[in-house]
Design a protein around this ligand. Structure first.
Ligand code: NDP
Length: 491
């Protein structure tokens, strides 16, 4: 385990000259390391190193077969070091190790594999309508990207941006969350051990409003890709606007999970529990508003509560642990504060609602659910980002759809039914970037992923990443000598 997490700039570990920030293991509240915050000077050095690697380094000019080889050797070395990375991510986040070892490591290594492979099929366009010209469109790297990652799933979400960014020939500066810096710091070292040229990936650490803001505002940054909360996203977008830097924003959600009376009851129950309580409840795409049809509401709520009580909270390093602590103290306090908010607004507490018993330390919060009388409640409108479900009862499918769409967010929606017309009507009417039918939380990483409304701008996925991380250049060449009008030639 690293004692100090520093910046990594131009292929070297560099001291941060900002404040020192303790790195806290959320399961015990022990200080397990120190983060050296990057001040404006290190941010500037990182952007300069990325610029230099873009303007003068081998990476953007490298032939695709060689770049692909480097990406695949990064994937192999990440796989070889998967256990070390999984442990660091568990220490960073408190997410159960079994979730990290499986789902997250597959996603981390899969991101490098996918974008390496996408390079093999990269192609531009030609236009053939005008036979006097050859007109071709090619994709070229944009330049220096600022990549800002969240704390709920650092390795997989940071590399969802980083892998396409560098695959398409850009260079970048990555800023992880100050709460979860360790796994990404080690990952950046591994990328260099695998043959990544210096300066292509640079790392700065520190608080969002300090290091993150300095990075996003830096005039040397050509594009910004951000995953995080909606309010921060607004501020990132307006800072980037100063430099006319394009932005991709993956933001928050308050996704509806519609359980209809035509659902397979047991599957819907399993799915609803997974959709809100997996990853310690800290997921942008969580099914945090559970809408249950009246005819099965009593039975569903009773079984949901019974199962929520039985979720195994514990040491996230224990392979049997199903739910660990929340990621950091301020977040724990925020999630806890919604219990009083819910009560004050007239919601009924069904289960949980307090610090979990039996833990002397750690940010353990019980799996929680409230019954909300109306979708207007704050617990139905605001993203809590914790293991906190707001359950509502509805009568008709149209009512459920209206409730589902009555939100500023539009990241995901879920519907559970065995009836074709229910499924087709719901999937057509739900205003969300992803709709899951009879399944929770599947990600087809090739397909677009992103949000309607305040859930984001742009999409992840192969085609959208190619569009975002490349410039398109149109080149026109005449076929044969042109006879041009001769201005000023006197005839
Ligand atoms: P934040 O918006 O607070 O932080 C996200 C990242 O931005 C962190 O690295 C943070 O640094 C940094 N940051 C904070 N302020 C600024 C700033 N002014 N300028 C630049 N960077 C800044 O979000 P959370 O960390 O609270 O993450 C949770 C949110 O992320 C939830 O709303 C969730 O829905 C969303 N999310 C969205 C996903 C998606 O794909 N749509 C996926 C996962 C999460 P630091 O933490 O060090 O302050």
């Amino acid at each position: 385990m690293p004692e100090r997490v520093r910046c990594f700039i131009g292929g070297k570990s560099v001291a941060g000259t900002g404040i020192e920030i303790p790195i806290i293991y959320p399961a015990t509240e022990d200080v397990i390391g120190t983060l050296e915050e990057a001040a404006a000077a290190e941010v500037d050095a990182a952007v300069t190193a990325a610029r230099d690697a873009f303007d003068h380094g081998p990476w953007p000019e490298m032939g695709i077969p060689r770049r692909k080889e480097v990406l695949l050797s990064m994937r192999s070395l990440l796989l070889e070091n998967a256990e070390e990375l999984a442990v660091l991510e568990c220490l960073d986040t408190g997410v159960p190790i079994r979730t990290i070892r499986g789902r997250k490591m597959d996603r981390l290594t899969g991101n490098f594999e996918l974008f390496a492979e996408s390079l093999s099929m990269m192609a531009g366009q030609t236009y053939q309508q005008d036979r006097k010209f050859l007109t071709m469109v090619t994709h070229e790297p944009v330049g220096v990207a600022a990549l800002i990652a969240p704390w709920n799933s650092p390795l997989s979400l940071a590399t969802t941006k980083l892998a396409p960014c560098i695959a398409y020939g850009n260079t970048c500066v990555l800023k992880p969350s100050e709460h979860t810096p360790m796994a990404l710091a080690r990952m950046v070292e591994i990328l260099h051990e695998a043959g990544l040229p210096d300066g292509v990936v640079n790392l700065v650490n520190g608080r969002g409003p300090v290091t993150g803001a300095a990075l996003v505002e830096h005039p040397g940054v050509d594009l910004v890709s951000f995953t995080g909360g909606t309010e921060t996203g607004r501020s990132v977008m307006s800072s980037a606007a100063g430099n006319l830097a394009p932005v991709a924003l993956e933001l928050g959600g308050k996704s509806a999970n519609i359980i209809t009376e035509t659902a397979d009851f047991e599957q819907a129950l399993d799915g609803a529990l997974l959709a809100i309580y997996s990853n310690n409840g800290q997921q942008c795409l969580a099914g945090s508003r559970i809408l249950v049809q009246r005819s099965l509401a009593d039975r569903f709520i009773e079984r949901f509560v019974e199962r929520a009580r039985q979720i195994r909270l514990g040491d996230p390093m224990d392979p049997d642990c199903e739910m660990g602590p929340l990621a950091f103290r301020e977040h724990f306090e925020k999630v806890l504060s919604y219990v009083d908010i819910a009560r004050a607004e007239g919601a009924e507490l069904l289960v949980g609602g307090k610090r979990a018993e039996g833990f002397e330390a750690g940010y353990y919060f019980e799996p929680t659910a409230v019954l909300a009388p109306s979708n207007g409640l704050r617990v139905c409108q605001e993203e809590i980002f914790g293991p906190f479900a707001a359950i509502q009862v509805y009568d008709s499918l149209e009512e459920a759809i209206a409730i589902a769409n009555d939100t500023e967010f539009g990241l995901a929606a879920y519907v559970w039914s065995e009836d074709l017309h229910t499924i087709t009507r719901a999937t057509q009417a739900l205003r969300a970037g992803t709709v899951w039918v009879n399944t929770p939380l599947v990600r087809e990483v090739r397909a677009p992923f992103g949000g309607y409304k305040s859930s984001g701008v742009g999409r992840d996925g192969v085609r959208d990443c190619l569009d975002f991380f490349t410039e398109q250049k149109t080149t026109q060449i005449p076929v044969g000598k042109l006879s041009l009008a001769r201005l000023g030639a006197g005839s």
